[in-house]
Design a protein around this ligand. Structure first.
Ligand code: SAH
Ligand code: TYD
Ligand code: ZN
Length: 409
């Protein structure tokens, strides 16, 4: 019998379609010399809800294990993403935040990459961020932060203290939260009658189309699509009123929810849902095909890396992403195949990648000397990184990509 669990949105039956096996926490970088027995592993598998078509993880990792004082991911690490969030802040100022004394709440504000611009503009705001280290960085920039997990209680307390929110915003955060009922009850309680809940997350349509299986790891619990988000919103008296495909992190959708009946849905909503149905992005056959592609990528990538090692070529990783934990640990890539991973995040440098234990080194190590090949784990930032590292190409270096298929460029 195949594995099943209960849907965290509708309580229906979730049937497993792919099992990545035992995996470490994707952002738990290991101190060299640490006791290996202390490393935490869980079973990473994904399934599809037969009730509401939401794709989700089969097992939940306790949230305090992932999001804590030492959570290493800093959103400001990419110049492209800084611009992306500054542009959104400007757009919100011109559209949703034009009232007398507008108030915006951001879930998972991280280091303040988005709220900083609104704080500078004098907009009343609050970031809700449970990871203490990054919350401190946001606070140091002048962002008002509440160090806690957002959930129903938090939402009610914010409403009591600050009043209703005109905008509730979350980037790459809502998909991290399994306790969706509590979140959406909280959003409904906090949101002003005419307000909007805007969130952007990796899009299931892009993941299946590009076989970007490394979007699947402990922190990414849900894989949203317009059809599943529409159903989810309706369960909580909310309505999906707009969708926008955005070219960040390998393909995302920005969803806008409002109180049911408060706004007329944009045509884009019905259009994207029709396209999802036509492409069958959440059909069991599509997800089976996705699984077959993932197995082929593993085979091809390991064949390439083994051949390069036999030929005596040097290969290093670029970007110690959370995504790469799934790649290294599912494929079996270790420090014999990829000597080290170069990354700009201070909290990752000098540590070992989760599970695979590949050393993480500072960006300068990448050019001392340049390797023959660089495995681009941060492929979602390819344009920014390849432009920045043009000298690597000029020196004869080649990039290895593995989605949508394994290729050398
Ligand atoms: N918005 C940023 C950060 C994304 S990382 C960006 O797009 O780059 C996800 C963030 O969500 C982390 O900083 C994590 O600490 C935070 N988070 C996790 N659970 C949360 C919750 N229940 N409420 C608010 N933030 C949460
Ligand atoms: P990212 O792909 O944004 O997210 P995730 O960890 O959720 O998969 O992570 C990018 C990583 O790559 C981050 O650790 C910073 C690093 N990085 C560099 O080292 N150099 C760069 O130029 C960029 C853009 C990122
Ligand atoms: Zn469901």
């Amino acid at each position: 019998m195949s594995n099943t669990t209960n849907c965290r949105v509708c309580n229906g039956t979730v049937g497993e379609f792919f099992d990545f096996g035992r995996q470490p926490l994707s952002d738990a970088f290991v101190e060299p010399g640490a006791d290996p027995a202390q490393e935490f592993f869980y079973r990473l598998a994904v399934g599809l809800c037969t009730g509401c078509a939401m794709v989700q993880l089969m097992e939940e990792v306790p949230r305090d294990r992932m999001f804590h004082e030492a959570y290493p991911y800093h959103s400001s690490g990419s110049a492209f993403m800084r611009t992306h969030f500054e542009e959104l802040a400007k757009r919100l100022l011109d559209t949703e935040l034009t009232g007398a004394d507008p108030f915006i709440v951001e879930l998972g504000c991280n280091d303040g990459v988005m709220l900083k611009a609104l704080a500078d503009a004098g907009v009343r705001h609050l970031g809700v961020e449970p990871s203490g280290g990054v919350a401190d960085v946001a606070a140091a920039k002048g962002v008002r932060v509440r160090k806690s997990f957002f959930e129903e209680d938090t939402a009610r307390q914010i409403r009591a203290g600050d009043g209703p929110a005109d905008v509730i915003y979350a980037a790459n955060t809502l998909c991290h939260i399994p306790y969706m009922g509590s979140i959406l009850t909280g959003v409904t309680a906090l949101l002003a009658p005419g307000g909007v809940f805007v969130f952007e997350d990796p899009y299931l349509g892009d993941i299946v189309e590009r076989s970007s299986f490394d979007q699947i790891y402990d922190e990414h619990f849900f894989f949203f699509a317009a059809q599943s988000v529409q159903a989810m919103a309706a369960r909580h008296g909310l309505e999906l009123v707009d969708v926008e495909r955005i070219p960040v992190h390998g393909g995302e959708v920005r969803y806008t929810l409002a109180h049911a009946g408060a706004r007329t849905p944009a045509p884009a909503v019905a259009e994207l849902i029709a396209q999802e149905r036509a492409n069958g992005i959440a059909d069991p056959s599509t997800l089976q095909r996705f699984g077959a592609n993932v197995l082929k990528i593993r085979t091809d990538l390991m064949a390439l890396l083994s051949r390069l090692r036999e030929e005596g070529k040097t290969v290093v990783g670029y970007g110690a992403t959370a995504k790469s934990a799934t790649v290294t640990n599912f494929c079996g890539i270790d420090a014999d195949l990829v000597t080290f991973v170069s990354d700009s995040t201070p909290a990752k440098i000098g540590r070992l990648t989760p599970g695979a234990h590949i050393p993480v080194r500072e960006p300068a190590a990448f050019s001392q000397p340049y390797p023959d090949y660089a495995l681009l784990f941060a492929w979602n930032h390819a344009e920014e990184i390849m432009a920045k590292e043009q000298a690597f190409r000029d020196a004869g270096g080649r990039w290895i990509l593995y989605v949508p298929d394994v290729r050398v460029v």
